[in-house]
Write a protein that binds this ligand. Structure first.
Ligand SMILES: *[C@@H]1O[C@H](CO)[C@@H](O)[C@H](O)[C@H]1NC(C)=O
Length: 145
């Protein structure tokens, strides 16, 4: 009986660990490409397919960006003293990074149904706005120039 309880607890703990890793992987998978993938032409079109970036209803996302920086440095946004209001009626303040990151912005130029989406590539440097929890960045909301 005690053994069963122990096994149960171990499984519970293990599952939580896996969840946390999955979360971190998701944010990175969405927004981080470091070092930048060597895709000489149509970088955005390739990355949007490779990372499966789309709206929940399977339409093309209007805009998306990839940050070319180490995840560790991106995570430092959560230590930033600079705060701004979040979009999308989020109740708390968001963190604005003090550092500007190299990034690629992908803007939809044609297409509606994923994966038939055609993007234009804009290389830029910008700060990011993120929501944070105990684990670090939870969601990267947007970038600012
Ligand atoms: C799909 O979702 C996007 C973003 O939420 C929305 O702008 C768009 O109107 C939706 N399209 C359809 C066909 O429902």
């Amino acid at each position: 009986m005690i053994l069963m309880v122990i096994i149960f607890l171990v499984l519970l703990f293990w599952e939580n660990e896996l969840d946390e890793e999955a979360m971190a992987a998701t944010l990175e998978q969405l927004h981080v490409d470091y070092p930048q993938s060597d895709i000489p032409i149509r970088y955005c079109n390739h990355m949007i397919i490779q990372r499966i970036i789309k709206e929940p209803n399977n339409t093309c996302k209007k805009e998306h960006f990839f940050i070319h920086e180490r995840p560790r440095n991106i995570n430092s946004v959560c230590n930033s003293p600079r705060r701004v209001t979040c979009q999308n009626h989020a109740p708390s303040l968001c963190f604005l990074s003090e550092i500007k990151f190299k990034m690629t912005v992908c803007k939809l130029i044609e297409g509606t149904r994923y994966p038939a989406c055609n993007y234009r590539v804009f290389a830029t440097e910008g700060s990011i706005v993120a929501t944070c929890d105990d684990m670090g960045p939870a969601k990267i909301q947007r970038y600012t120039d």
